[in-house]
Design a protein around this ligand. Sequence first.
Ligand SMILES: Cc1cc2nc3c(=O)[nH]c(=O)nc-3n(C[C@H](O)[C@H](O)[C@H](O)COP(=O)(O)OP(=O)(O)OC[C@H]3O[C@@H](n4cnc5c(N)ncnc54)[C@H](O)[C@@H]3O)c2cc1C
Length: 381
Amino acid sequence: MAADTASDEMLIHAAREFARSELQDRDRRWDRGEGTVVEVLPTLAEMGFFNIVLPESCGGLGCGYDTYAAIIHEIAYASPSAAVTLCVHNMVGHVLNLFAPAHLRETLLPHWGEPESFGAFAISEAGAGSDPSASRTRADRHGDSFVLNGEKMWITNGLTGRWFVTLARTSPGTGKNGLSMILVDGNAAGVGRDPIHGKMGIRGSETAVISFSDVKAPCDNLLGEEGEGLAVGLTALNGGRIGIAAQATGIAAACLDEMIKFAHEREQFGTQLSSFQAIQQMIADSAVEVAAARELIGYAADLIDRGQLDPAASSKAKLFATEAANRIAYRAVQLHGGMGYVNECRVEQLYRDVRVTTIYEGTSEIQRLIIARALLKDGVH
Ligand SMILES: Cc1cc2nc3c(=O)[nH]c(=O)nc-3n(C[C@H](O)[C@H](O)[C@H](O)COP(=O)(O)OP(=O)(O)OC[C@H]3O[C@@H](n4cnc5c(N)ncnc54)[C@H](O)[C@@H]3O)c2cc1C
C-alpha cells in the first residue's frame, strides 16, 4: 500500500493525524457504549473520506484503491469502527458509479461526500449469509415501482444510512437466478430499523436489522441488469474486501505498536521483556505479517485500478490480512500478560474488534473457496 501522488500522501497523513488525535479516545468510549461513530460523520465527510474512490468528475477525491487502503489502514489503527463505516459507504458509492442508471448517478453522486447521503449495503439475511442466493426478500413489480418485502440482517450503517443497496428477488423461484440489486431510500415508508446489540467488537459502528414492509422503490433504481444482482454484489465485494483487509492491517499495526511499547516498559527477571527472544519473535513475526498483508492488498488494489476483475486477488488479500491480524492481536494480548486481559489496556479491545474481519464481507472459508475455484479453473500463472 502506498500513495500514488503527493496529494495522496497528504491525504494519508491527514487521516493518520486526525485518527490518532480525534478518533482513538472516542473509539474507546464507543466500545463502552457511550455514543457511536455517527458523532464524527460530518467531520469524516468534510475531510473527504466519504468519497475517496469516486472520480473527481463526480465530486470524489479520485484516489486509487491503493491510497484508499492506506487511508482505511490509518483510520482503523485508531478506530476499527470508523474504518468499517467508511468502507461500506465508499463501497456503495463505487457500486452506484459502476451500475446505477445515469439519472441516479447525476442526482446522487455529487452529494455522496455529504453525511446525509450515508450508504449501506444490504445483502445478508438471517437465512442467507455465505450463500446470498438463499435471499428471500422480494421485490415485486407494480407499475413503475418495485414493492419490497422481507428482512435484511447485520447491516452496517443500518440505523442512520439513507441509501440501501439491496439484494432482492425480482422473479419467482429459488437460487441465484432472479436476484437483482435495487437502491432503496431508507426514508421510504415501510422501512424498519432495529439495532443489533451485544456485539463482541466494533461497537462504535452501527449494525442493524432492516425490514421492508411494502416499501416502494422506482424500477429505475435497478443497479445493473435485472437478475444480475449477485454479479453486482460480487463486483462490490471485490473492492470492499480491500477495505476490510486494510481495516485488519490497521488494527494489526496498532497491536504491534502496543507490543513494542509494552516490551520496553515491562520488566521481569530483572530486565525488560524486549530482551527476551520469545518476545522479539512475536514482534518480528507480526511485523512480517503486516508487511506481507500490505503487499497483497497493494497487488489486489492495483488490479482494481486497472479495471481488472480478479476476485481471487482481493480474496487472498482479505484472507491473509484478516487471519494475520487475528494472530497478531492474540500475540499482543499474550505479550501483555494479565494486563492484556483487562479493558484498561487497548489490546483487549483490539483483540475483540479484529475478530469480525474474518467473518464479514465473506468468511475466511468463503475466501478460500474463491481462491481455490480460480486456481482449479485457470491454474497457476
Ligand atoms: C458486525 C457485522 C457487520 C456486518 N455487516 C454487513 C453488511 O453491512 N451487509 C451485509 O449484507 N452483511 C453484513 N454482515 C453479514 C456477514 O457478511 C455475514 O455474517 C457473513 O457473510 C457470514 O454469514 P453468516 O453469518 O450467515 O454465517 P454462515 O454463512 O451461516 O456460516 C457459518 C459458518 O459456516 C461456514 N461456511 C458456510 N458456507 C460454507 C462453505 N460453502 N464451505 C465452508 N464453510 C462454509 C462459514 O465460513 C462459517 O464459518 C455483517 C456481519 C457482522 C457480524
